[in-house]
Design a protein around this ligand. Structure first.
Ligand code: ADP
Ligand code: MG
Ligand code: MG
Length: 211
């Protein structure tokens, strides 16, 4: 009974994978500046694992089980810090959505995205300004929650544009979390790879047909 929304999740996972594949080398180069250079590879492995796991589930599978399965596969196969955090975020989003609907209103989507953010913050312990992908997630959530003067809800596209800007704005910061922390000085001038990949992922989702 949840065909429309589950289709969005399935097409969304494929769109994210395509985008990450297209930026795998670039993300690796960003991570090589002060980290270990595996961020592009890890994100592609995680998203590939998610898509493969989704393809094994019957078409009747509801949204929450899809997201939970995708999150577990991602965390298990990606390797690395970002994989564990993405997996936890996806599982938290699954819990927030619940399984039984075929459409979700803006409010529910916002709550799922907030649950993703909360899980990443809780597990990783990073705050805004620590030069991690939290620096892109938080502005994304804030933009999604904003309504315009005439009461219209912000679009996913608006929010992903905010995430893209925020990711680029991490460049002058010094890394205070994760592997890059030990080479924090070297990270100055380069955007955080995890923030950039998050912005790429949500931007890819903005192009997914809802219908
Ligand atoms: P690893 O550092 O294990 O090789 P990746 O290269 O895949 O993992 O991911 C690095 C990214 O993970 C960083 O750019 C940052 O965005 C994110 N990250 C690392 N540690 C944390 C943390 N504690 N909280 C949030 N994000 C983090
Ligand atoms: Mg790395
Ligand atoms: Mg690594």
């Amino acid at each position: 009974a949840s065909l429309a929304a589950s289709g969005v999740v399935r097409r969304g996972a494929s769109a994210v994978l395509d985008t990450l594949r297209g930026h795998e080398d670039e993300l690796g180069r960003l991570d090589a500046v002060a980290g270990d250079g595996d961020h592009g590879r890890g994100m592609v492995r995680g998203a590939s694992a998610a898509v493969e796991a989704l393809n094994l589930l019957p078409s009747s599978t509801g949204v929450a089980l899809l997201l939970r399965t995708a999150g577990r596969a991602w965390a298990t196969r990606a390797g690395g810090t970002s994989g564990v955090l993405w997996g936890a975020g996806l599982e938290a989003a699954a819990d927030a959505l619940g399984d039984s609907r075929d459409r979700y209103d803006d409010q529910s989507v916002q709550e799922a995205v907030s649950a993703f953010a909360d899980a990443v913050v809780q597990l990783g312990g990073a705050g805004v300004g620590d030069k991690t992908f939290v620096d892109a997630i938080v502005p994304f959530c804030e933009a999604l929650a904003r309504t315009s003067a005439d009461g219209a809800a912000a679009t996913w596209r608006d929010a992903s544009d905010a995430a893209t800007q925020a990711a680029q704005s991490t460049a002058p910061l010094r890394a205070r979390r994760g592997r890059a922390r030990t080479l924090a000085e070297r990270s100055v001038g380069t955007a955080d790879p995890g923030a950039v990949s998050f912005a790429l992922a949500v931007s890819a989702l903005a192009d997914v047909e809802i219908g």
